[in-house]
Design a protein around this ligand. Structure first.
Ligand code: NAP
Length: 497
């Protein structure tokens, strides 16, 4: 028996692009990528705020299968990455597989196939659904008294409006994560005054974020595929340092933490300001912020740091808990995301109608990041416990997609009709992961978007080799299978119901 599985990939960001490419490379051509936005890129499509820069080196923040030799900077800007992702989609021929402006509102499993419904009412059927929906997607709008009464624009960083007037404005930036730090630094040049509301300042490690890629390197990478491949592999191996320092308590971790403290001490000489900027937790406990210009910007006459809690927003500004009213013309919310919502709020129903809300009643859980009990023939790429804080996303997505392709190989030859991970294998994995989390820097006592509402760290506590090995291993005893049904149609889009 040989059949071609029909696959729907939800999301056209890094995870979705990788999955579609890997599956097609492995010979599975009945793939449709469904994307709710009007362009590919995921976070790099939705985010376009001033100063948006990737803090992972460009030559690592790329697909292993689509190296770009001519990055302009060592750390690419948001628009440059978005362009790269678009170019990759075109050069790999994925555009024809894309359905844009198509938000999936529900996915329901029955009779060994998925029925996926799009917001406009169209339906599609498929043998497999791959959720590549990302995690930093749903903007978190803080519950601050009076926010809706503000007279000027209020914008979340991930919904930036290019028509907003910046020049000459007094702007409040709320939030001190990577986004708030980048925004403060970028707006500081143009606005008349930028007020940074940072209720819990973060460690901001210095890094040469604006350095251009040397011309010699570009020439070498352009001419020599061998150098290109060597550099990528070297950077991937080098990034093992990050997995090491985050997951293993050691002198290496302490050394890097010392550098974070030094970054503050060297760049901020004023004792009072330095104290105000000193976090009360260990460096790297939250997602580490990198910047070359934040502290300098903050010390300029047009910037102000406010660490007092926000009491309320008034029609003309922000009142802090010390009673001071800060007049501003515009409020920028760099307040992060509902980072554990994954594919929700779509309605997701698996075997016997089980809902994702029931499976995840205690928070997101997946077997080895890739499969969820109760949801047969559904895989997640960069799902729960993915190594978003320590290992290359592109590498992880590719390994995960390869693992999915392995299952599709077995489906194609008629080994099974549906495959579903067992609850016990998932529980065992979650216990193992949560136990291992104890030695990570993320569990050293800080509040961060890595923590689920239950307080678990939603990250990967092991190294890259362990990730690759776990994804590549087929443990049939961890899954239940049903016998194959007769081959179905193809994953064509149906008429609205
Ligand atoms: P974030 O790290 O979750 O930070 C949210 C900020 O908003 C925190 O400072 C938080 O303060 C503050 N906040 C939330 N509610 C608030 C309230 N009611 N009042 C005052 N402050 C409030 O979000 P993010 O900066 O958008 O970054 C999220 C992640 O996106 C990053 O960690 C990173 O992984 C990714 N990112 C990456 C890049 C890159 O260069 N690659 C750039 C931007 C973002 P508390 O800490 O006190 O809660």
């Amino acid at each position: 028996m040989s059949r071609s599985p029909r696959v729907i990939v939800v999301g056209a960001g890094i995870a979705g692009i990788t999955t579609a490419h890997v599956l097609i490379r492995r010979g599975f051509t009945d793939v449709t990528i469904v994307e709710k936005g009007d362009a590919v890129g995921g976070v790099w499509h939705w985010n376009r705020y001033p100063g948006l820069t990737c803090d992972v080196p460009s030559n690592l923040y790329q697909f292993g299968f689509a190296p770009k030799p001519d990055w302009e900077r060592l750390f690419a800007t948001g628009p440059q990455i978005k362009q790269y992702l678009n170019d990759v989609v075109d050069s790999l021929g994925l555009r024809a597989k894309l359905l844009l402006n198509a938000e999936v509102t529900s996915a329901v499993f029955g009779d060994d196939e998925w029925t996926v419904t799009i917001a406009d009412g169209r339906t599609m059927t498929a043998d497999f659904v791959v959720m590549a929906t990302g995690l930093l997607h749903h903007p978190r709008v803080p519950d601050i008294r009076g926010l809706e009464s503000f007279g000027g624009p209020v914008v979340h960083s991930a919904r930036w409006d290019d028509d907003l007037r910046i020049r000459g404005q007094r702007i409040a930036v709320i939030g001190s994560g990577s986004t708030g730090v980048q925004l403060l630094t970028a707006l500081n040049g143009e606005a008349s005054q930028v007020l940074h509301f940072a209720r819990s300042p973060q460690w901001v490690m210095w890094a040469p974020m604006e350095l251009r890629q040397p011309r010699l390197l570009t020439a070498l990478l352009t001419r020599s595929p061998a150098v290109r491949s060597w550099l990528y592999r070297a950077l991937l191996a080098g990034s093992g340092f990050l997995a090491d320092v985050t997951t293993v308590p050691s002198w290496r971790r302490q050394l890097l933490q010392r550098f974070a403290r030094l970054s503050l001490c060297v760049q901020v000489r004023d004792q009072a300001l330095r104290e105000q900027l000193t976090p009360d937790y260990e460096p790297m406990c939250k997602r580490q912020v990198l910047s070359s210009g934040y502290y300098r910007a903050l010390q300029s006459v047009s910037a102000e740091l406010i660490t007092e809690r926000i009491d309320e927003v008034t029609p003309t500004g922000i009142r802090t808990s010390d009673g001071v009213h800060h007049r501003v013309d515009m409020i920028v919310l760099a307040t992060g995301f509902h980072s554990h919502d994954y594919m929700r709020p779509m309605q997701l129903r698996g075997r016997r109608g089980i809902r994702i809300e029931d499976v995840w009643a205690d928070g997101p859980r997946a077997y080895r990041t890739i499969a969820i009990p109760g949801l047969p023939n559904l895989f997640t790429v960069l799902g729960p416990n993915s190594p978003t804080g320590s290992i290359s996303l592109q590498y992880t997505a590719e390994r995960t997609a390869e693992a999915i392709a392995d299952w599709l190989d077995r489906f194609a030859v008629g080994e099974f009709g549906s495959i579903e991970v067992t609850a016990s294998a998932t529980d065992d994995f979650m216990k193992e992961v949560n136990d291992a989390m104890g030695s990570t820097v993320w569990a050293t006592g800080c509040d961060s978007w890595y923590l689920t509402p239950r307080g678990d760290v939603d990250l990967w506590p092991y190294d890259r080799a362990t990730l690759a090995a776990m994804l590549a291993e087929h443990r049939d005893d961890h899954f239940v299978f049903t016998a194959p049904r007769q081959p179905g149609g193809s994953s064509k889009v149906g008429e609205p119901q």
